[in-house]
Design a protein around this ligand. Structure first.
Ligand SMILES: [Mg+2]
Length: 377
């Protein structure tokens, strides 16, 4: 098998779990039952009525007033998530959980002999369906990035292979926003320089402009769109750091600051180059016989350089030893690879939620929409 990475993504997971025992299938959404609450998941029958996740319930009711509403039950979803994972582990021990309803499996070191990727995926899919009753879609590729993209192409209950041979015909014609990892902002910036389709990025000649606009990630994206994944970093390391030892003692605070800043920038580049995101910053200053550390943990991944740098500055100020330094080290911890970072609407995190809620309120010119209480969920 040349394409060893399988990406399994359950189809409208919460809604599917809720309708497991229903005889009659009907349009159904997962939401708290207040008009202002936001829909977390909609089944395919509801989607046919134009109802999507992220929509406030009252708008959904306007589209279909007999919509069935189920309160979210995270315990139940976790229970089924574990059951699915058990089935996946029956096929391989290298199952990596990405979220409550997404996993990838690396079959490259598998002892089992499979000749045909499609047949294996179909067996996995059918076993989940038969044993639990839930529908999944599976993407297959030679890297996680394409496997994840492939999983969404033929939903629901689909299987798609993106190989070294066919990737151009499968993805090149798609809108640039479909390239995994490209978020809304990057999409807008890409379109400004004439990159509308994935093929436009793949054939883009001005690499300096890509680097200038998007940093090293721009170059990586260009490689990905050409099917090149030389430096895929697995998420084994939990932190990345740079330490610098000085051959003379730093006594001047401005000099300490200058070095600190340049180490921070170097580490930022290194992290971006490896496509890693982080949540925690730890800085340590060393004197001859003592050291002092300060750290800060953010709530989210993928914040702007300015936000991280500002926080690093605050940590710098908090450290009391700034004289006779012989070493400075900065560490970014709680790393995830960008493959694992979901740049999509996730209603259980804060920022995208705030964004959509304020947008809806703006549209309605009134503060009508509020959040479903996380504790109630
Ligand atoms: Mg899913």
């Amino acid at each position: 098998m040349n394409n060893n990475i399988f990406y399994i993504d359950m189809d409208s997971f919460y809604a599917s779990v809720e309708e497991l025992n229903d005889q009659k299938k009907e349009p159904l959404v997962i939401s708290m039952n207040y008009d202002k609450s936001i829909i977390l998941s909609a089944n395919y029958l509801a989607r046919e009525k134009g109802i999507t996740s992220g929509m406030p319930l009252f708008l959904a009711k306007e589209k279909y007033n007999k919509i069935k509403i189920c309160n979210p039950n995270l315990e139940k979803y976790n229970f089924y998530s574990l059951k699915i994972e058990e089935i996946l582990r029956f096929f391989s021990s290298t199952v990596v959980k990405q979220s409550v309803d997404e996993w990838y499996i690396d079959f490259s070191k598998s002892n089992l002999i499979y000749n045909d990727e499609y047949e294996l995926a179909s067996r996995i899919q059918n076993k989940i369906k038969k044993d639990i009753g839930l529908s999944s879609s599976i993407g297959i590729s030679y890297n996680v990035f394409f496997a994840k993209m492939a999983s969404s192409i033929k939903k629901p209950f689909g299987i798609e292979i993106i190989s070294k041979e066919n990737f151009k015909s499968v993805i090149w014609d798609s809108d640039i926003s479909k390239l995994h990892m490209i978020g809304k902002k990057t999409t807008i910036e890409m379109k400004k320089i004439g990159i509308n389709k994935i093929s436009d990025l793949a054939n883009f000649k001005d690499l300096d402009l890509l680097k200038e606009k998007f940093g090293i990630i721009g170059i990586k994206m260009h490689e990905y769109s050409n099917g090149i994944f030389n430096d895929f970093v697995s998420n084994k390391n939990t932190s990345i750091s740079i330490s610098k030892t000085f051959n003379h003692l730093l006594n001047d605070e401005r000099e300490v600051w200058k070095n600190f800043k340049s180490i921070f920038e170097e580490l930022w580049e290194k992290t971006a180059y490896k496509n890693l995101f982080f949540k925690k910053i730890i800085i340590t200053f060393y004197e001859k016989n003592k050291s002092e550390s300060k750290s800060f943990t953010f709530n989210n991944y993928n914040l702007s350089y300015e936000k991280y740098f500002l926080q690093a500055t605050v940590l710098f100020d908090k450290i009391s030893i700034k004289k006779n330094l012989n070493k400075i080290s900065i560490n970014f911890a709680t790393l995830i690879h960008s493959f694992e970072f979901k740049d999509q609407l996730d209603l259980f995190t804060n920022e995208p939620e705030k964004d959509i809620v304020s947008k809806v309120n703006k549209k309605l010119k009134e503060k009508l929409v509020t959040y479903a209480n996380k504790k109630l969920i």
